[in-house]
Write a protein that binds this ligand. Sequence first.
Ligand code: GAF
Length: 389
Amino acid sequence: MGDGRRGDVTDRATAGFRQRYGAEPAGRWAAPGRVNLIGEHTDYNDGFVLPFALPLRTVVAAAPGPDRRWTVWSELDDEPVEFGAEEADDPGRVDGWAAYVAGVVWALRAAGLDVPGARLAIASDVPVGSGLSSSAAIESAVLAALVDLGALDLPAERWPRLAQRAENDYVGAPTGIMDQSAVIRGREGHALFLDCRTEEVEQIPFDPAAAGLAVLVVDSRAPHRHADGEYAARRKSCERAAATLGVAALRDVPTADLDTALARLDDDETRRRVRHVVTEDQRVLDTVALLRAGRVREIGPLLTASHASMRYDFEITVPEVDTAVEAALAAGAHGARMTGGGFGGCVLALVDADAADTVADAVAAAYAERGFAAPGTLTVQPAGGATRL
Ligand code: GAF
């Protein structure tokens, strides 16, 4: 996986800072990417999710700069981007990757905080556009840096909402709270069971290696097709359905009442969207129950059922992703599903640790047979969330 950049990510951010600004950074802050074990498109329906933070990280090297000015260099670009309070206060004025940085400045200022001017250099091992939350990783690492540099009074429980606001209101992507929560609150050896309505969290021990298992992540390398528009359309359709059913959000439809609720909807597409969300919430709860009981291997069928629901009911998968899931299952994976927003992105498969290479090879062979670009593969363990290094 990854994009072939060489060297340690912290060293790259530090070297970038020195080269751009001719000085030492005051510190380095890191935030990881994430995968979602289960619970897709449930977050903005006030439901449940179970993501975990990845060992792949984005690192920001930073130091205080001139008042109300921010200069950001990223290894994605040759030239740094510079903006002041005027651009930061005007959502959309800064675009491209730098919008995630300006969005954080905006969200902090909108919360009434006195954000320090800063110089930042960003390096990342989280592949961009693979559905592993590279955007939440940038937002969260920058947020951690600015909070520290300005000694801002912002308790960690508020960080995910602020980072989400950067993405929703400055960048303009109508995403939920899952990614920022995973990236900020993730803990090594645990999956994060999050109630997206109350933001209550339970750290669920999740150590596949201890159970002789591995989580194999496959980057489908499928180009994101219409991801933004389709994501927004799914969200709208869920909100409309909730209004028709007279509930605040689809989370309020109990699984036991699903059939009655579906009978009250008059088009088949909306029925399928609702069925995905309601059954997916239940699958998260069932997965959590199995993990609490230490029955890790048994979550496999829930993962696979989640994929079928995304494929046929929510209709957010693409052929590359479906091929990866089918090939992984045929090669002996206990369960497999697409992870993330959809229309491309990554698949995760729960496999016996000693079968990870066989399953990865089987996916690559199925790709070659269909003429798809070779997938990337990586086995991962849950890692820690955003932190100062
Ligand atoms: C994307 C979004 F950013 C999340 O909020 C979530 O909705 C996810 O898609 C789907 O579960 O990652």
